[in-house]
Design a protein around this ligand. Structure first.
Ligand code: THU
Length: 136
């Protein structure tokens, strides 16, 4: 699936905007995410923590849910933005949710405030994943 440089720039900008909305009073670890849908729309999300810590939802999962609410279930790529020197990869739970909606060769990109980036394919993040096909 083609993602243009212009779309990449927009995704990074949207992830940065979402980052500013992160609700992370407990960890103080703010995360923003933005995804490009198959129909070329951009959706975004931030992490939302809770006093009952286990109820925290990561930026990536909120971002994906935002698209699903809008009627889109297929994605081309996703960007994760943090202001960490060590680029932030998606957590295990998010990897499983990413696998549900992205092709194995789709690119997931982590970026930071220093304009550094790192990419993985979905398959690299969660090889031998349990997918909807396993239920058939
Ligand atoms: N977090 C995310 O939102 N995405 C990730 O990829 C890693 C972790 C959040 C969850 C929690 O609010 C905080 O970062 C620290 O774990």
């Amino acid at each position: 699936m083609t993602v243009t440089n212009e779309q990449k720039t927009k995704l990074v900008n949207q992830a940065k905007v979402a980052y500013a909305s992160a609700y992370a009073p407990y960890s103080k670890f703010h995360v923003g995410a933005a995804a490009l849908t198959a129909q070329d729309n951009i959706v975004s999300g931030c992490n939302v923590e809770n006093a009952s810590y286990g109820l925290t939802v990561c930026a990536e999962r909120n971002c994906i849910a935002q698209a699903v609410i809008g009627g889109e279930q297929d994605f081309k790529t996703l960007v994760i933005y943090t202001e960490q020197e060590k680029l932030t990869p998606p957590c295990g739970a998010c990897r499983q949710v990413i696998v549900e909606f992205f092709e194995p060769q789709a690119i997931i990109m982590a970026v930071n405030h220093l304009n550094q980036s790192k990419t993985w394919t979905v398959d690299e993040l969660l090889p031998s994943a349990f997918t909807p096909k396993d239920l058939i």
